[in-house]
Design a binder for this molecule. Structure first.
Ligand SMILES: NC(=O)c1ccc[n+]([C@@H]2O[C@H](COP(=O)([O-])OP(=O)(O)OC[C@H]3O[C@@H](n4cnc5c(N)ncnc54)[C@H](O)[C@@H]3O)[C@@H](O)[C@H]2O)c1
Length: 283
């Protein structure tokens, strides 16, 4: 019997590729969509060489017509799809709110948030028709913790979390499942797309990614388990999971931690000192 079917946006690199390899190993047929044709073709070749029924299709998640074409191609080849992973994301432009332009905001929201919206819009009617399906939306711990200097990225990921929470209950009556992954830093090619108005910030983010104890394959494993168990949250990094719980249940402790530790990771030294001299917020 042919295996189940998965479509992954941004499947040519990083987490998307790790998810493709995990599901290929589990016997799935795999379609990856990406704007990077070289890496897409390489990943598809790697999947096919492992014995997987896999193909790459060029797909830009900012173009609804690209996602519709993927859906048609998948129906032609496989008559349907079981799992759609809305994984594409870019780092966007980091920097203070008064230095990052609206054009940069529009780009990051168009890719990170509306890309996920389009993926859900295109595949929900097919899932409804099939009477089953599952969305995996890739957000970030950034959308839960909201560290300074990263406003457009944080907002895009908080939006993916809000969308996923909304659809969890909206789509459940149609037997459509959903989970949202909120990883912290791990090593990928993400900073290739990062711009910053702060000198040295992309290099600092690169170092945080390089020092992560968790890699893309670990997160792919957690996602696989969440889909199997129909669990909603995928929070692979222990420290960020703890921080999120502190934020929800002990908000004053969270504010103190943000001020003393987290904010400094993203803030240039002079601005960090200025922040220290501000009076404590009370509300
Ligand atoms: N790496 C991290 O530390 C980290 C942390 C938290 C969340 N994430 C999220 O994980 C997801 C995967 O990112 P990654 O870290 O593997 O990065 P990556 O850059 O290695 O992979 C992203 C892929 O998306 C593709 N892509 C970019 N724009 C596209 C578009 N418009 N249409 C189609 N494909 C496009 C790129 O070509 C690339 O292959 C993203 O949503 C990212 O925000 C990453």
């Amino acid at each position: 019997m042919p295996g189940k079917r998965i479509f992954i946006t941004g499947g040519a690199s990083g987490l998307g590729k790790a998810i493709a390899l995990k599901y290929a190993g589990a016997g799935y047929r795999v379609c990856i969509g990406d704007v990077n044709q070289v890496r897409g073709a390489e990943t598809a070749a790697e999947l096919t060489a492992s014995g997987c029924d896999a193909f790459f299709i060029r797909c830009d998640v900012t173009r609804l017509e690209d996602l519709l074409a993927v859906k048609d191609e998948i129906i032609n080849r496989w008559q349907g799809v079981d799992l759609v992973v809305n994984n594409v994301g870019i780092a966007g432009t980091a920097g203070p709110i008064d230095q990052v332009g609206v054009d940069d905001w529009q780009q990051v929201l168009d890719i990170n948030l509306l890309g996920v919206v389009r993926g859900c819009q295109v595949f929900t009617p097919l899932f409804k028709q099939q009477g089953s399906g599952f969305f995996v939306n890739i957000a970030s711990a950034a959308g839960l913790i909201n560290a300074p200097q990263m406003s457009s990225y944080n907002v895009s990921k908080a939006g993916v979390i809000a969308l996923s929470e909304t659809l969890k209950h909206e789509l459940a009556p149609f037997n459509i499942g959903i989970c949202v992954a909120c990883p912290a830093f791990f090593q990928t090619n993400l900073t290739e797309s990062m711009k910053s108005t702060i000198d040295g910030l992309p290099a600092r983010v690169d170092r945080l990614m390089a020092h992560s104890r968790i890699n893309a394959a670990d997160i792919a494993e957690d996602i696989y388990a969440a889909v199997q168990n129909n669990s909603f949250w995928v929070l692979s990094h222990k420290a960020e999971r703890r921080l999120w719980l502190i934020k929800r249940f002990l908000p004053f402790v969270f504010d103190a931690l943000m001020k003393k530790k987290i904010a400094k990771l993203f803030t240039p030294p002079r601005a960090a000192n200025n922040t220290d001299s501000l009076p404590e917020k009370t509300g």
